[in-house]
Write a protein that binds this ligand. Structure first.
Ligand SMILES: Nc1ncnc2c1ncn2[C@@H]1O[C@H](COP(=O)(O)OP(=O)(O)OP(=O)(O)O)[C@@H](O)[C@H]1O
Ligand SMILES: [Mg+2]
Length: 503
């Protein structure tokens, strides 16, 4: 018997213009969590898609229990006991939770003993059991579309677990989970470990990796760098191996002093009594206002209210002292307010369009000659700048955005909003899914925008990011603003105290 439940050896895979995998390898042990790490575009998802039978490898072999196997397609992978939770959510929002869990493999019953029919009763009963296992108190007959991103992600995990797998691939499973949901996921993972499941865990969150994993494999530019016992590594070690050099700074130096008040919010209250209420704050020219709080504090909802995506019942928004009526995003955009949304995959990218179109689409009016013809030279310049500044890994500007790695798609969307050069920029979790090296690039861009005099509102669930970047920090709890701290004397403890100030 092999020491490894599953082994990938010498795997290579090329796409037009990119060698995504170059003799990569991976060895998974039963009952172990194996972290797969690397910068955006390193080839992590591609390697997993080869294991799951989505891509055919150009070269390489897969062994299970020491015997060579060929994995033809995802159905074949599932039948061999391999399950995968994708980085990109792939659900059918209008269908029920139960149907989504069993999509493509509905339980079948025979009517009159011979006509095959979907056994809905069994499907929903099984689905309810799966949901219970992952501690989700939902009715499986409800449409998936009513769930939040994080809940949808948990349902995807429930779905993978329900397949009764031996190998479970989790590609950035926690990118949108709340802290308590992450705890639930870790409980599930620990149960699966006891059952001898081998888990591949892909994440850009270092603390998580060190907490949950037994081994760590690092990849760089499609190459295998090495595998280590997680206990022997520090965050710094992993970063150095991923980036190939030592990263000394996590946040850029900021010296600009905020100026006049640009954006004011007074007594802003949602039409939904459970959402944001009586929120007042202001943001100055060149200021970064961090917005902190536990998940569920209604931070995103508040920002969506200010941007005209959600309705408010009372309160005022003022821009340069003049009242700004916002009833739809266009009102906000027309007055120079932009928002980078939390759930970029659903509301952000236009998959079939090129990287270039995705960057320039919201700012094309700035690139028109005589107001009509698109000046493609200007667009090209903008795109080239973005690609260079944010180190977007793409064969060219013409590449369809959906073929980029998850993190590189995020960068394109950030580039789009920056191209619009708004006065007020709302960023909701701007570095979610972005690797450590690229995070620094994005922080530098945000700091640079502040220096240019933009007012920035930045929601972040990463304490380090909030403390490292903000001039002031507004903390929310349960729809209310519970305090605004000065960045200089804010601490994690002070923020947490305000974030848990329930009524
Ligand atoms: N279907 C595809 N067509 C063309 N290129 C692709 C395709 N899938 C991936 N690539 C390219 O292969 C490389 C590796 O991408 P991959 O998605 O594996 O990265 P990753 O390590 O998962 O990154 P991230 O952390 O950003 O998710 C990238 O350069 C990407 O653009
Ligand atoms: Mg990926």
């Amino acid at each position: 018997m092999s020491e490894y439940l599953l082994e990938m050896k010498d795997v290579s895979k090329a796409f037009p213009g990119v060698q995504a995998l170059n003799h990569a390898q991976l060895q998974l042990k039963s009952g172990h969590v194996h972290a797969l790490m690397g910068e955006n575009g390193a080839g992590k998802s591609t390697l997993m898609k080869c294991m799951f039978g989505i891509y055919r490898m150009d070269e390489g072999q897969i062994f299970m229990d020491g015997r060579p196997v060929v994995i033809k397609d995802p159905i074949d992978a599932l039948s061999k006991g391999i399950s995968m939770v994708h980085q990109e959510l792939q659900q059918v929002p209008a269908r029920s939770i139960g149907e989504n869990i069993y999509l493509g493999r509905y339980p079948v019953k025979k009517l009159f003993g011979f006509i095959p029919m979907v056994d809905h009763k069994k499907m929903y009963a099984d689905a309810d059991r799966v949901l219970k296992k992952v501690k989700l108190p939902y009715d499986s007959t409800k449409a998936v579309g009513i769930l939040s991103t994080s809940q949808m992600q948990l349902v995807e995990i429930a779905k993978a677990v329900s397949a009764g797998c031996r190998v479970l691939i989790l590609d950035e499973p926690t990118s949108s989970l709340t802290e308590s949901e992450v705890e639930t996921l870790f409980d599930i993972i620990n149960d699966l470990k006891k059952d001898g499941v081998a888990i591949v865990y892909i994440s850009h969150k270092m603390e998580e990796i060190l907490k949950i994993s037994d081994e760590v494999t690092v990849m760089r530019d499609g190459h295998y760098i090495g595998t280590w016992d997680a206990k022997t590594l520090t965050t710094g070690d992993i970063i150095t191996k991923m980036v190939g050099r030592e990263l000394t700074r996590l946040y850029p130096e900021r010296e600009n002093v905020p100026g006049e008040v640009v954006f004011e919010v007074e007594d802003f209250t949602s039409i939904n009594p459970k959402s944001f209420r009586h929120v007042s704050f202001s943001v100055r020219k060149g200021e970064i206002l961090g917005i902190s709080g536990l998940v569920g504090a209604q931070r995103t909802e508040l920002m969506e209210g200010l941007f005209g995506i959600r309705e408010h019942s009372s309160g005022k928004i003022k821009l340069y002292g003049k009242e700004l009526k916002v009833s739809c995003p266009k009102d906000a955009i027309d007055h120079g307010v932009a928002m980078l949304t939390e759930n970029r995959r659903v509301s952000g990218i236009m998959g079939a369009l090129s990287v270039s179109d995705n960057i320039s689409i919201s700012s094309l009016k700035n690139y028109l000659d005589y107001g009509i013809a698109i000046n493609s030279e200007k667009v090209e310049k903008l795109v080239a700048e973005d690609v260079e500044k944010m180190k977007i890994k793409t064969p060219s500007g013409e590449t369809p955005i959906q073929t980029l790695s998850g993190g590189n798609q995020q960068k394109v969307i950030i580039g789009r909003w920056l191209a619009n050069s708004p006065d007020v920029l709302i960023l909701d979790e701007p570095t979610r899914g972005i690797d450590v090296g690229a995070k620094y690039e994005i922080y530098c861009i945000i700091a640079e925008l502040a220096k240019q005099g933009k007012s920035i509102l930045m929601i972040s669930s990463e304490m380090g990011e909030i403390l490292g970047m903000s001039d002031r920090i507004m903390v929310m709890c349960d729809g209310r603003c519970t305090g605004i701290l000065d960045g200089k004397d804010a601490t994690q403890e002070k923020i947490m105290a305000l974030a848990t100030q329930f009524e």
